[in-house]
Design a protein around this ligand. Structure first.
Ligand code: NAP
Length: 251
């Protein structure tokens, strides 16, 4: 253990919404564990930036689509910090724009493995460490869903939308299951946010193109999502569990 800072684990923290969440959490006194899959340099740069401000950060590689890597990540977290207070299930993927009739089994399986099974197993490992019944001190889980969960993702990525719908339902059930264990579970549901995820789906210009369909007239910024995540994680949200916070410009 380093000191008495609360520890927040953020999956997919090397860039985008996860990196903004890490910066904000560190500025508010959390020690942040920043998980990444491939971009080690980006994660290490973020750690250096946070540490240069006198805060505590640590980068940990793990593919959250692989159970053994998740288990190893939590074991390493135990060794590094000896505690866990908040899990942010942020890592997620989209795939190339594609209609359902052209989707392969492998595509759908990968989507569900990374966007659904990964967060489930991360939550399982967090529960073992935070739940009162397991000797933990309680805590919070914030799951990052998407406005696509209620909009459906038609003609773009229905598989992605369905994976986020699963996250919403998972969170509703888990919040009830863990209420007596001192763990609150909530969802942040971003609309279109300016990150690199759109390029990975073959639509780098999606934020600009979507702006006219968004009541507030623009795509969102990563800091606007991080603020919601930090609020749900904090004691200011002590009576909030099973909630979905839409941060989407009004879509
Ligand atoms: P992003 O910029 O593409 O960043 C994704 C992050 O997830 C990266 O740190 C990436 O790490 C990590 N990641 C991807 N696959 C992973 C895996 N298998 N294991 C571990 N880490 C993995 O995405 P973002 O836009 O910030 O999205 C973050 C979350 O918000 C996602 O769940 C996404 O679905 C959700 N969301 C985003 C938007 C939006 O418009 N941006 C809207 C609604 C919801 P590497 O770089 O190392 O691969």
């Amino acid at each position: 253990m380093i000191d008495d800072r609360p520890v927040m684990l953020i999956t997919g923290g090397s860039r985008g919404i996860g990196a903004a969440t890490a910066r904000l959490a560190a500025s508010r006194g959390y020690a942040v564990a920043i998980n990444y899959r491939a971009e080690r340099e980006a994660a290490e740069r973020l750690v250096a930036e946070i540490e240069s401000k006198g805060a505590v950060a640590w980068a940990i590689q793990a593919d959250i689509g692989v159970e053994a890597e998740i288990e190893a990540m939590f074991a390493a977290l135990d060794a590094r910090f000896g505690r866990l207070d908040v899990l942010v299930n942020n890592a997620g993927i989209v795939d190339q724009v594609c209609r359902v009739e052209a989707m392969s089994f492998e595509r759908v399986e990968r989507m569900m493995r990374i966007n659904v099974a990964g967060p489930f197993i991360c939550a399982r490992e967090a529960i073992k460490r935070m739940a009162l019944q397991h000797g933990g001190k309680g805590g919070a889980i914030v799951n990052v869903s998407s406005a696509a969960a209620h909009r459906g993702g038609a003609n773009e990525y229905v598989d992605y939308a369905a994976s986020k719908g699963a996250i919403d339902t998972f969170s509703e059930g888990l919040a009830k299951e863990l209420a007596s264990d001192g763990i609150r579970v909530n969802v942040v549901r971003p609309g279109v946010i300016r990150t690199e995820i759109h390029a990975s789906g073959g639509r780098p210009d999606k934020p600009e193109q979507s702006a006219k369909g968004i009541p507030l007239g623009r795509a969102g910024e990563v800091e606007e999502i991080a603020g919601g995540i930090l609020w749900l994680a904090s004691s200011e949200a002590s009576f909030t569990t099973g909630a979905v916070l839409d941060i989407d410009g009004g879509v």
